[in-house]
Design a protein around this ligand. Structure first.
Ligand code: GRF
Length: 203
């Protein structure tokens, strides 16, 4: 499975995907890492692993659609079959969504539909939630709204800060994102309306 990863930041989820791919634990090969930020740590991690990179600065494009069109062209050129958003801080327009129908995933550091958007650890702490976690979902036109593939929960502890909670959640992110990719690679994900059915393992 040829995978493209879009990241705007540090790239720890990218790194876990690279590691699992190189270890042969997922049947996926990351063929392109693209970013809208030239200084994204994710680009360094990709280069270190010998993966092709592209920087497309959204500020150089006249509209979201033009930017998305350029991203789609880069992903298609690389023969990408599954697009993974990993800390990619841009909403996708229909130009992008229609180019990869049911073939774009995102990871979000909360238990959706609770706490979509930004500053989610702060949101969860301020709300007084006892648990949070992370969600891998297919991407649709909304903000963190597409069909849920996998979630993992973690407790929120009395003395948690945004940082300590984020770190506890990140451990789970690094576990479930590769898992979701592997389920996709095994063609075991069926989208049925809002719900994703996971087919049993073939024997
Ligand atoms: C992660 O918390 C992810 O859930 C969110 O952005 C963060 C990206 O972290 N969407 P990294 O760049 O993968 O380290």
């Amino acid at each position: 499975l040829r995978v493209g990863v879009l990241a705007s930041g540090r790239g720890s989820n990218l790194q876990s995907l690279i590691d699992q791919s190189l270890a042969g634990k997922i049947d996926a090969q990351i063929v392109l890492v693209a970013s809208n930020k030239a200084d994204a740590g994710a680009l360094d991690k990709a280069r270190e692993a010998g993966i092709a990179t592209r920087v497309l600065d959204h500020r150089n494009f006249g509209s979201r659609e033009e930017f998305d069109g350029a991203m789609v062209a880069a992903l298609r050129e690389a023969g990408v079959e599954l697009v993974l958003l990993a800390g990619f801080m841009r909403l996708l327009s229909p130009v992008f969504l229609d180019a990869f129908p049911q073939r774009i995933m995102n990871i979000h550091p909360a238990l959706l539909p609770a706490f979509p958007g930004l500053n989610v650890q702060r949101q969860a702490l301020e709300y007084g939630a006892r648990f949070s976690g992370c969600t891998v979902h297919f991407v649709d036109g909304g903000l963190d709204t597409g069909p849920i593939i996998i979630q993992a929960a973690v407790p929120i502890l009395e003395n948690d800060t945004e940082e300590s909670l984020a770190a506890r959640i990140l451990v789970e992110e690094h576990r479930i994102y590769p898992r979701a990719v592997q389920l996709f690679a095994e063609k075991r994900l069926r989208i049925e309306g809002r719900r994703v059915r996971i087919e049993p393992e073939a024997d």
